[in-house]
Design a protein around this ligand. Sequence first.
Ligand code: SF4
Length: 331
Amino acid sequence: MSASALSDTGGIPALELRRVTRDFHVSAGLFAGKRRLRAVNDVSLSIETGEVVGLVGESGCGKSTLSKVLLGLLPASAGEVLFHGEQMSHQKRRAVAKRIQPIFQDPYSSLNPRRSIGSIIAQPLHVHGFGNRTEIRRRVSDMLDVVGLPSRLAQASPAQLSGGQRQRVAIARALILRPEILICDEPTSALDVSVQSQILNLLLDLRREFQLTYLFISHNLAVVEHIATRVAVMYLGRLVEVAETRAFFQAPRHPYSQALLDSIITPNPAEGIPTVHLGGSFPNPIDPPSGCAFHPRCPHAMPRCATDAPRLLTDEAGEIACHLTNMQQGA
Ligand code: SF4
């Protein structure tokens, strides 16, 4: 556990992953049978109450699989997920859903087009058998107000709303059961840039108002810099660096983090698109490189990198998995 993961709730993190692995068995071709795809590989991460951990990495690195494991939508193949120190696998799915809620990328497909906004937001209350009709109506109206939407929209359909308004509805639905943790999977990437910042600011306001804890998954580093208190970088199923947000953006330590920051696309088109520094394409997860999985693309790779996988080690600056850093620190 990192030092920053110690919470004021007796040192027990809100959410903790202990050596979580998730495998899939996928077809490798007509005559090749099935092969193992390790989407999440031995991931340990602690998230303190009130933290916003930004989980970043390229598409296909395992971020979304990890979020599904955290939500209880996929079982882990190995390892444990603990919620306030209790194993999630020992808790009922419904009890977990009350305390951990997702917000997904696409507000267009995540809302049922045949339902009114009011009934979409109220649905979790019905599923969990909460309150009578008057009480439910009042809570829906309050929640619309909390996310900055007029209560008259309770009668509207999703098709009548803009993208930003639909994502506000998705947030209201996620919050209606008053969860403690939100797993946000690319919640702004389908929105216009101007609307993105409104939704990010809303999420930050809600964090303060409801003492929420976020795992915020994104491939957009500008968004993560805006919202996260800590950053976790994932490459081919493994965490390679975890650091406080300010330190990470000032001086990323892992060569992959450095390459990601060099290739950042800023939301301001006037600043242009910097050169992408990642040599080579993202490897096939069915056939990952040996040793450090980043070695075929790493400008600092040494012979040892092709054979030995570096362990994620903790120091005063955070956590990092790289032989180069370990050598420089004499580890
Ligand atoms: Fe590069 Fe080697 Fe560090 Fe991997 S372990 S990031 S290949 S220097």
